[in-house]
Design a protein around this ligand. Structure first.
Ligand SMILES: CCCCCCCC(=O)SCCNC(=O)CCNC(=O)[C@H](O)C(C)(C)COP(=O)(O)OP(=O)(O)OC[C@H]1O[C@@H](n2cnc3c(N)ncnc32)[C@H](O)[C@@H]1OP(=O)(O)O
Length: 199
């Protein structure tokens, strides 16, 4: 059972972190996922059976990963499913790839009916950043370059595919592509530089 201890901020209920709250994994399907998202999720679950891919659990706080840091995860801060960032991630260690299956909800609107460019940047940063973290530990984003090719309709399913291309000392160079779920439309591509923590 999920016990909620959300508080109201500007009349919008948020998913706050509460020590007594049972940790919910938001990377699991919910009723708002469309068919394409569920199909892709099931495909990657299937690929995970031989251990090549691994599903990444997703919570609304990073406090349990990095003690004392983070009260509420930006991408998981709405209390209702389906309104904002609806996504799950899978990691392939051998290929140094993190993929994110992403359905942008109505609160991410920029141009009417389409996702805001900032939320596209967020999902790229989070996917490529998580890929860098899983490949070589704690990192910070130092540089992110994005080319937007085609607008992203709200409610669609996107396939976000990131790859760690090169590691030089503390510098981690990654690339990322955002495509429609079927790979037909290339919506955006990006390159990113992450810097490994200095310890
Ligand atoms: C699940 C987890 C998902 C995680 C993804 C989310 C990531 C985020 O959102 S992080 C938040 C956004 N990013 C930030 O706020 C970062 C702000 N910047 C910083 O804190 C610092 O500039 C930081 C940490 C990136 C680098 O600082 P510092 O640790 O002092 O490294 P520094 O010694 O300056 O640089 C190390 C190397 O990187 C290079 N470098 C640093 N920044 C850059 C840059 N922007 N462009 C190119 N090279 C750079 C330096 O030239 C240096 O190279 P070399 O070793 O060859 O001399």
């Amino acid at each position: 059972m999920i016990r909620r201890c959300g508080r109201l901020l500007h009349k919008t209920k948020v998913r706050s972190h509460c020590p007594t709250e049972e940790l919910r994994d938001f990377g699991l399907p919910n009723a708002t996922w469309n068919k394409n998202l569920k199909d892709l999720y099931n495909k990657f679950l299937e690929l995970s059976k031989n251990g090549s891919w691994k599903r990444i659990p997703s919570h609304n706080t990073i406090a349990h990963h990095l003690q004392g840091i983070g009260k509420r995860m930006f991408l998981r801060n709405l209390d209702s499913d389906g309104l904002g960032f609806e996504y799950c991630m899978f990691y392939n260690k051998d290929e140094r790839r993190m993929v994110c299956l992403f359905q942008p909800g109505p609160y991410l609107e920029g141009p009417p009916g389409y996702a805001h460019g900032g939320c596209i940047a967020t999902i790229i940063d989070s996917t490529a950043g998580a890929g860098a973290v899983y490949t070589c530990g704690s990192v910070m984003t130092a540089n992110l370059n994005i080319t937007y090719f085609k607008p992203v309709p709200l409610g669609c399913t996107l396939f976000v595919d990131s790859h760690v291309d090169k590691i030089e000392g503390r510098k981690v160079y990654s690339s990322c592509h955002i495509q429609s779920y079927d790979g037909v439309i290339l919506h955006a591509e990006a390159s990113a530089l992450f810097i490994k923590a200095n310890h």
